[in-house]
Design a protein around this ligand. Structure first.
Ligand SMILES: Cc1cc2nc3c(=O)[nH]c(=O)nc-3n(C[C@H](O)[C@H](O)[C@H](O)COP(=O)(O)OP(=O)(O)OC[C@H]3O[C@@H](n4cnc5c(N)ncnc54)[C@H](O)[C@@H]3O)c2cc1C
Length: 414
């Protein structure tokens, strides 16, 4: 039987980033266990937007860390890790969204993130398909962009491996061993592994894993999805990411085409206990139902992107994001089990938050205070909940629907 200082469960971008940050801290022996292949679940399906400020201000410092780490990783690995520094245009067409944008401008200033107010004509010059007639205000953040989420996940993993982390794919954790109120190890189908700390980075399955130690994390799998058009030069090449909170939608360029993501009014949610272990065996969308969802959103999106009605969508990508009722992540010590840490419930921002989460967990695993203020993300902030119940899952789906629309998400009930 082998003993490690730290065991990470889950080899998506969050587990890989934690592995990298632990390795950077010389944290001792680290083992990452992934049931399938590395980055084969949500982390390879994401749109990869890295937007540094939002209405959820607690996230900004963590996302800033990801931006700087992308640069560090590129230098460390001597290669591009897939970041497109195209900037982001934030559109506001209503009073409420203008107020959000003004709050974001203040948040950007507070963190030293470049933010410019653009005239509508200047926005149109950057994004040729944009209809500016409905716009009240436009913000531009030149240092935002998007990343290839698979490349970034694998960059963390490779850099962690080079620094001595043992990465073990095709190894599913079956149980958490707890002894005298502290984590003592994990078991797989073939092994019992002892360790000093366990980090639950199991994505949509994280609540199932933590439930093995007596505390199901307050999060639920919710569908996220987007469509991609055929390549068309009329879209203007590698233009900025565009967010349209009035329509609950965003776009970014995608190899000559346009990627369009939509936050549904009522996202589908799933009971994590019903999910297969292999995400390739499951689709959150049945058949062609996604065309109906696109048609429902077309009128709202068409106010900004009239071309939606003629656009030739060639691809549809759907996956599971783990959401919480208040739209904030689940990060920190799991109650009542010393040495058990949670890094989950990323609320559709796990790519952008990845380095911030990795750095914070490395601090906690080494017995230090986290370098960021992560109190708002405490796993016990909702008290004890049943995250598999329909009532709880509906609250998580509602927070997904409101992600960019600015409506105040439901806070903790205790
Ligand atoms: C369509 C879509 C678009 C998105 N767009 C964006 C975006 O633009 N920007 C952004 O920041 N985020 C985006 N996201 C969210 C982002 O993809 C997630 O927040 C992020 O990938 C979460 O990473 P993770 O490592 O927690 O989860 P995952 O990548 O799902 O990894 C979890 C891993 O844990 C493994 N695992 C589970 N249980 C066990 C076990 N018992 N033993 C061993 N391994 C286990 C799984 O096999 C899986 O590989 C999007 C998500 C989707 C679905």
């Amino acid at each position: 039987m082998k003993t490690y200082d730290h065991v990470i469960v889950g080899g998506g971008i969050i587990g890989a980033s934690i592995a990298y940050h632990l390795a950077c801290e010389d944290a001792g022996s680290v083992l990452l266990l992934e049931r399938n292949e590395l980055a084969s679940a949500a982390s390879s399906r994401a749109a990869g937007l890295i937007l540094q400020v939002s209405t959820n201000t607690a996230k900004t410092a963590l996302i800033r860390r990801t931006c700087s780490t992308i640069q560090t990783l590129s230098e460390e690995l001597g290669e591009d890790v897939g970041f497109h520094a195209v900037g982001s245009l934030r559109l506001a067409a209503s009073e409420a969204r203008v107020r959000d944008l003004e709050d974001m401008a203040a948040e950007a200033e507070c963190h030293g993130i470049p933010f410019e107010w653009l005239r509508a004509e200047d926005a149109e010059a950057r994004v040729p398909w944009l209809d500016i007639s409905n716009l009240s205000k436009v913000g531009f953040l030149p240092t935002d962009g998007y990343v290839d989420p698979y490349l970034l996940s694998m960059a963390y993993a490779r850099a962690a491996g080079t620094r001595g982390v043992e990465l073990r794919p095709r190894a599913a954790v079956e149980d958490i061993i707890v002894s005298d109120g502290a984590v003592a190890g994990v078991t797989t189908a073939t092994e019992r592994i002892e360790c000093g700390s366990v980090i639950d980075a199991a994505g949509a399955w994280a609540a199932l894993l933590s439930a093995r130690a007596g505390f199901p994390l307050p999060m639920a799998p919710v569908r996220s999805h987007y469509w991609i058009t055929k390549p068309d030069p009329a879209y203007g090449g590698d233009h900025p990411v565009v967010t349209m909170p009035d329509a609950g939608a965003y776009t970014r360029p995608d190899v000559g085409g346009l990627l369009l993501g939509i936050q549904e009014r009522h996202s589908a949610t799933f009971d994590a206990r019903d999910l297969p272990g292999d995400p390739n065996e499951f689709s959150p969308t049945v058949g062609d139902a996604h065309w109906d969802r696109l048609a429902e959103a077309a009128a709202g999106v068409g106010r900004f992107f009239p071309g939606i009605h003629e656009a030739q969508f060639a691809n549809y990508i759907a996956g599971l994001s783990a959401y919480t009722p208040d739209g904030k992540i689940v990060l920190g010590p799991v109650p009542n089990v010393r040495g058990f840490l949670a890094a989950a419930g990323c609320c559709g921002s796990g790519i952008a938050l990845s380095a911030g989460i990795g750095a914070a967990i490395a601090d906690l695993a080494l017995g230090r205070d986290a370098r960021f203020d992560i109190d708002a993300f405490r796993p016990d902030r909702f008290g004890t909940v049943d995250p598999f119940s329909l009532e709880f899952r509906d609250r998580c789906a509602a927070s997904r629907a409101n992600k960019s629309r600015g409506a105040k998400p439901a806070g903790p009930t205790v």
